[in-house]
Design a protein around this ligand. Structure first.
Ligand code: F6R
Ligand code: MG
Ligand code: MG
Length: 372
C-alpha cells in the first residue's frame, strides 16, 4: 500500500491589522496557487487556513517528508503572498522569509514545518492544530496529556491497543540534539525535560516500539535561526486519532483546561492558550491572548475531507471563560515576572541599553563594604 504525506507549512508574511490577521487577498493568492498545484498533480490535495497573522498550507502528496518540490511550492506561495502584502502595505510583509533565495529545504528559512508520512488506514481521522502568539513548546503539555496521561486519555488504561503506551521524541532546540523516551516507563525522565518547554520540545510521537508517527509538531525557533529574535514561531501540531490511537475527544480534552504559555505581547509574556473557533482565530487583547484552533479532517485517499471546527464547540466555552479570567489575572502583574517572561525568554529586550546607560551609577558593593 502506498504512503501519503501530510505537510503543514506556515509562515507570517504580513499582518492585517498589525500582527492580528491575514488579509483576504493574501489567502486568495495562496488558495489559487495551491489549487493550481493540485491540478498539476504536484499535490493530492491542499487547503489554505490560518490563525492570527500566520498562513498555513495544509497539503497532501506522495513525495515524503522534506521534499524539495513541496518545500519550494510553499516558498513560492509565501513569496507571492508577500508581494500581495507589500502592495497593501500589510504589517511586517515577508517577515518570516529569512533568506533571499530558496536553498532546497524550507526549514531554517523562517516558515514552520510539521510533516508526516504514513499508510492511510481504513478510516483516518486527523487533526491539524494551529496556534498564534506562542512557541512550539506550547504543545508539550497537551501532547503529554493526550499520549501519556490516563486521567486524560482513558484508552491508555482500557484500550488493549494503547495499553503499552507511546514513544516520544524530544528535541533540544538550543543544542540541536534529540532523544526518545518510552512512556510510561520513563515518564519522570521525560517530564524533567518537557517541563522546560522553551528549550525541550516534543517533535514526534510514535506507536510504541515502531517508527509509525502518531503526532508531529513544528519545532523551528525563528530566533535561533536568524541569530536574533524575529518572532515566536506560532507552532503547528498534527495528531492522528482513533482505532488504537487517542480518540477524537481524548485529543481535544487537554484544551478544556487552558495552560499558560510563553508568547503573547511582543513574544515576551506569559498567558493562557485559549481554544477558539476558526472564526475567532484572530488575536486582539494585548495582541492575544495566545490562541489555538483545531481543524479536524477525515482523509479519503489523500483528499482532505474537512475541516471541522473542533474547538468551536460549546463544550469549550467554559475553557474560553477560564482563559479570559487567567488573562485578567496575568495582566494585572504587568511588567513583573512571571507575566513578563524571564530575561532569557523575552523576544525583545532593552536591558542591555538600560545597563549601558546606567553603568556609571552602579557601585561595587564589596568595595563599599570594605571601606566602611
Ligand atoms: C508577538 C507579536 C506582537 C508584536 C507587537 C509589537 O509575537 O507578534 O505582539 O510583537 O505587536 O510588534 P512590532 O515590534 O512589530 O511593533
Ligand atoms: Mg506578524
Ligand atoms: Mg503569528
Amino acid at each position: 500500500m502506498s504512503k501519503i504525506t501530510l505537510s503543514v507549512i506556515k509562515a507570517d508574511v504580513g499582518g492585517y491589522v498589525g500582527h492580528a490577521d491575514i488579509h483576504p487577498d493574501m489567502t486568495a493568492k495562496a488558495k489559487e496557487m495551491i489549487a493550481a498545484a493540485v491540478d498539476a498533480g504536484t499535490l493530492v490535495d491542499g487547503q489554505v487556513n490560518g490563525v492570527g497573522d500566520d498562513i498555513a498550507l495544509i497539503m497532501t502528496h506522495d513525495k515524503g517528508v522534506d521534499s524539495e518540490e513541496i518545500h519550494k511550492l510553499a516558498w513560492d506561495v509565501f513569496l507571492a503572498c508577500t508581494d500581495v502584502a507589500k502592495e497593501l502595505k500589510m504589517y511586517g510583509a515577508g517577515q518570516d522569509l529569512l533568506s533571499d533565495a530558496f536553498s532546497g529545504n524550507i526549514k531554517g528559512a523562517g516558515p514552520g514545518v510539521a510533516e508526516l508520512e504514513f499508510e492511510e488506514r481504513k478510516s483516518e481521522p486527523i487533526f491539524v492544530f494551529l496556534a498564534d502568539k506562542t512557541e512550539p513548546g506550547a504543545w508539550n503539555l497537551p501532547i503529554y496529556k493526550i499520549f501519556c496521561d490516563p486521567f486524560n486519555t482513558a484508552g491508555l488504561v482500557i484500550d488493549p491497543n494503547m495499553h503499552d503506551g507511546f514513544d516520544l521524541e524530544v528535541h533540544d532546540v538550543i543544542e540541536h540534539k534529540k532523544v526518545i523516551f518510552s512512556s510510561p516507563e520513563e515518564l519522570y525522565d521525560l517530564l524533567i525535560f518537557i517541563g522546560a518547554q522553551s528549550r525541550y520540545v516534543i517533535k514526534h510521537v510514535f506507536r510504541k516500539g515502531t517508527d509509525e508517527v502518531c503526532a508531529v509538531t513544528s519545532t523551528q525557533r525563528l530566533s535561533m535561526m536568524a541569530g536574533r529574535y524575529v518572532g515566536k514561531d506560532d507552532p503547528v501540531l498534527i495528531v492522528r486519532s482513533q482505532s488504537g490511537l487517542p480518540a477524537v475527544g481524548e485529543v481535544l480534552e487537554p484544551f478544556a483546561k487552558p495552560h499558560l504559555v510563553f508568547g503573547w505581547m511582543r513574544g515576551s509574556h506569559c498567558g493562557p492558550l485559549m481554544p477558539c473557533s476558526m472564526n475567532d482565530a484572530t488575536p486582539s487583547r494585548f495582541d492575544g491572548p495566545p490562541r489555538v484552533i483545531g481543524l479536524g479532517f477525515q482523509l479519503a485517499n489523500g483528499k482532505l475531507i474537512g475541516p471541522r471546527d473542533m474547538l468551536g464547540d460549546i463544550s469549550f466555552d467554559r475553557a474560553r471563560q477560564i482563559a479570559l479570567e487567567q488573562a485578567d489575572y496575568m495582566r494585572s502583574m504587568g511588567p513583573f515576572e512571571p507575566e513578563r517572561l524571564p530575561l532569557e525568554d523575552m523576544e525583545y529586550t532593552t536591558l542591555p541599553l538600560v545597563v549601558e546607560k546606567l553603568k556609571d551609577r552602579f557601585t561595587d558593593m564589596a568595595e563599599a563594604e570594605r571601606t566602611s
